[in-house]
Design a protein around this ligand. Structure first.
Ligand SMILES: Nc1ncnc2c1ncn2[C@@H]1O[C@H](COP(=O)(O)OP(=O)(O)OP(=O)(O)O)[C@@H](O)[C@H]1O
Ligand SMILES: [Mg+2]
Length: 323
């Protein structure tokens, strides 16, 4: 019961009518307190399931239309259980492969506290506003992209924004950026299940999820969590990519399993998912990321993933979003 209400009742001198009203309010407060106390403490997993269910409902009511001049056919989120496993690298490589196949591709860098997409592509453009909306940056091969880096004065400035500010910036990446003629939009997700990743699922019409895992993680847990969340939200998991799977010895050519044997195939079949690819630790890849030249990467590790994605989305049947 609030102190104000207690004091009001004890103070006397109130008109009878007011006292009755107060008493009623106190009773209501007590009932609410009891109801709250009766609600059992939820486990982390139950809380996540509850949030996923809420998102599913919110997705049905989605009102965040894309910019009027946008034309996006399919949005794919790249997620992982923890940070540093290669989400941004996989997002970048998938975008490059789809572009090489002749599709129009764009990327939303939804990782506000660790934005890395423009750097990997060597894009230094700042976002500009024109009469149609915000114009995204463009890589050398024509991949469109939007990242918080492109709205900061200095890309090394830390982003010390509250969750709500990040959420509204993310919404603007969808509602105000002019995403022209996009076949595939990839979303580089921040790690974890905080506010921003949930907003991504709520605001963007995600058509499928790619899960990135590394062999040293408790992959089974990561995958089962992602699959459960996706099931509740009604979003299909396209498959799993294992990053840092092995290392090709530069001297003898032998595969070194730095983090032990991979369990990704067992886990994929356990959840009836496909393993989309296994990427080795490759110093050339790291160097290309650092020099902003990821578009020059060579390697067929994700060719199957690109094939699966281009087959899954039959654009003849599914009309573009934003129409
Ligand atoms: N297979 C690989 N071979 C070599 N370097 C790699 C490989 N995968 C990732 N890296 C390097 O490791 C670092 C982390 O990768 P990346 O940024 O893609 O991870 P992330 O999951 O997006 O991390 P974060 O959660 O911090 O956003 C990068 O500097 C990248 O160049
Ligand atoms: Mg990243």
């Amino acid at each position: 019961m609030s102190e104000d209400l207690k004091n009001g009742l004890a103070g006397g001198g109130l008109e009878q009518e007011q006292a009755a009203e107060l008493e009623q309010a106190v009773e209501q407060e007590q009932t609410e307190d009891q109801e709250q106390a009766a609600e059992p403490e939820l486990t982390e997993e139950e809380k996540e399931a509850k949030r996923a269910e809420e998102i599913k409902q919110l997705r049905k009511l989605r009102i965040d239309n894309p910019n009027h001049f946008s034309f996006v056919k399919s949005v794919i989120a790249v997620v992982s259980g923890k940070g540093g496993v290669g989400k941004s690298l996989v997002t970048a490589m998938m975008s490059v492969l789809m572009k090489r196949k002749g599709y129009q591709v764009s990327i939303i860098d939804a990782d506000f506290t660790g934005p890395s997409i423009p750097r990997m592509f060597g894009v230094k453009d700042k976002a500009i506003y024109n009469q149609f909306g915000i114009v995204p940056g463009k890589s050398e091969s024509g991949i469109q992209m939007m990242s918080v880096n492109m709205i900061l004065d200095n890309e090394t400035d830390p982003v010390l924004w509250r969750g709500s500010v990040m959420n509204s910036a993310l919404k603007q990446f969808w509602t105000e950026v002019v995403w022209r003629d996009v076949d595939f939009m990839f979303v580089d997700m921040p790690p974890g299940t905080g506010d921003v990743p949930l907003t991504v699922f709520q605001v963007l019409p995600i058509a499928g999820i790619i899960v990135v895992a590394s062999p040293q993680e408790l992959v089974s847990m990561v995958v089962s969590k992602a699959v459960k969340m996706a099931e509740i939200m009604d979003i299909p998991v396209i498959g799993i990519v294992e990053n840092m799977s092995y290392l090709d010895c530069p001297d003898c050519g032998k595969q070194i399993k730095l983090f032990g044997e991979s369990h990704i195939d067992e886990i994929s079949s356990q959840y009836q998912l496909s393993t989309l690819g296994k990427i080795p630790i490759d110093t050339k890849l790291a160097a290309l990321c650092d020099s902003g030249e990821i578009e020059k990467f060579e390697g067929n590790w994700l060719d199957k993933a690109a094939e699966v994605i281009s087959k899954v989305w039959d654009f003849e049947k599914s009309p573009p979003l934003g129409q």
